[in-house]
Design a protein around this ligand. Structure first.
Ligand SMILES: [Zn+2]
Length: 440
């Protein structure tokens, strides 16, 4: 009965009160899964121990919103950071197991470059723009951030990446009182109605729809962070392609801090990211390599909670029921029945937002993680399919999750933790990081 434990905290809280409304509420809510003990999902056994990976590139963004002192009361702005951390895996392996590396050692191993941008919020306008509004300033800033940022001097900007993977896409005019659709444009354009103001190419991301004139625009900042993270990952992969570094795809792991998913207003972008990763994977395969190794690590959420519940034993407590090294693949039916609590026939969970498939993993030290590999083929696209083919290079992703367990925090992932440590360091954009590292 793993589910009893899953809700134990909530239940003990409820018992503090005995009101009728609490009883009514308890009677009405749905608990996860059936009464009998849940059988875990299908176990996957991909090939392990291939040992081909020499570098990991971790992509990790962050946004910090804060009040702005100068300006109107309640003025807000957010600092967006993007870290692309390149980790030399061999150097990390050379550190004796069990010893926590000193910060200086870690600095030698990681080559960290970050991009940063300020995103304005409510009550902030530009002095030199007549009749400026905070929302217009926000839209301008989004455009500038994506147009001016590149991970390498000799490579495309993030906006060029977006343009390349979303050809001829139309989008709604950003003005509230206009129902026009704008054809795909490059840079800055105009709406057909001729009374609307400047339209930015990046208005197609629709981030401004979560801009708040009276509250915090935290949702818009978070959406922007996701867009930048996923575009940066694709941007770096396209740089590999441009340079013809097909063998580097075989030896490099791309790791996203978080799910392979784009939520909210820019969720439409996920299909294009998915198609682009699938295209690069196919290209890499066609050149005789093993394809693209990309995975996301989810550090919270209902899938991780479910794994913890599955691993809970009534008699022996947490982390006692499943074998270490077990990788479980929930299919659509299982996800709906036990995790997302949806009708069986409902549209697959995550189909609008996820470009990857989730695997619940208990690593060799018994730590829990949710790993997502990208959807690159029809097996991956079918949420009913839980064959190994649906999870490209999963064995290597799991090996990396194991390899780093020496440096793991509680179910954390060392490179991701390090990326967070670096995320606050703003560096100038456009340093030739990748060319330096990969020209061998
Ligand atoms: Zn318009």
């Amino acid at each position: 009965m793993p589910y009893e434990k899953e809700f134990a905290t909530g239940e003990s809280l409820w018992r503090l009160t005995t009101s009728d409304s609490v009883r009514d509420f308890e009677g009405a809510i749905r608990y996860g899964g059936p009464e009998e003990a849940v059988e875990p999902p299908v176990a996957l056994t991909p090939p392990r121990g291939q040992d081909a990976i020499s570098r990991i590139i971790v992509i990790d963004g962050s946004t910090v919103a804060s009040p702005v002192r100068i300006g109107y009361p309640g003025a807000e702005a957010a600092l967006l950071n993007l870290a692309a951390v390149v980790i030399d895996l061999q150097a990390l392996k050379d550190i004796p197991p069990g010893s926590i590396p000193r910060p200086s050692t870690m600095r030698d191993i990681e080559d960290c470059r970050t991009l940063d941008a300020v995103l304005p919020g409510r009550n902030v306008v530009r002095e030199d723009v007549a009749d400026d509004t905070p929302e217009r300033f926000f839209r301008y800033s989004v455009h500038q951030a994506l147009a001016g940022r590149r991970v390498d001097d000799e490579h495309e900007t993030l906006i060029e990446t977006m343009r390349a993977i979303t050809p001829s896409r139309r989008f709604p005019c950003p003005m509230d009182d206009c129902s026009n659709t704008i054809p795909a444009l490059e840079g800055i354009g105009e709406c057909a109605c001729e009374r609307c103001e400047q339209i930015f190419e990046t208005d197609s991301l629709r981030l401004h729809e979560r801009f708040e004139d009276f509250g915090s625009s935290a949702q818009a900042y978070t959406a922007m962070r996701q867009v930048v993270e996923h575009l940066a990952m694709v941007n770096i992969m396209r740089f590999f392609e441009r340079r013809g570094w097909w063998s580097a795809f075989g030896t490099t792991a791309f790791v996203m801090d978080g799910p392979l998913a784009i939520f909210g207003m820019p969720a439409w972008l996920k299909l294009h990211v998915q198609n682009e990763v699938a295209r690069l994977h196919a290209q890499a395969l066609a050149r005789g390599g093993p394809g693209v190794l990309l995975f996301g690590v989810e550090k919270s959420g209902m899938f991780l909670e479910h794994l913890k519940a599955l691993d809970q034993s009534d008699y022996e407590g947490p982390r006692a029921r499943l074998e270490s090294g077990l990788a479980l693949a929930p299919d659509r039916a299982y996800t709906h029945r036990h995790i997302a609590l949806r009708p069986q026939e409902a549209k697959a969970h995550g189909v609008e937002t996820d470009y990857g498939r989730r695997v619940l993993y208990k690593n060799r030290l018994g730590q829990h993680a949710v790993v997502m590999t990208p959807i690159v083929n029809t097996e991956g696209e079918s949420r009913d399919c839980v064959g190994v083919a649906a999870y490209p290079r999963l064995g290597e992703a799991l090996d990396i999750m194991d390899e780093f367990s020496t440096y793991l925090y509680e179910d954390g992932f060392a490179p991701l933790v390090r990326a967070h440590a670096h995320a606050a360091i703003p560096l100038k954009a456009g340093i030739g990081l990748l060319a330096e590292l990969f020209e061998e």
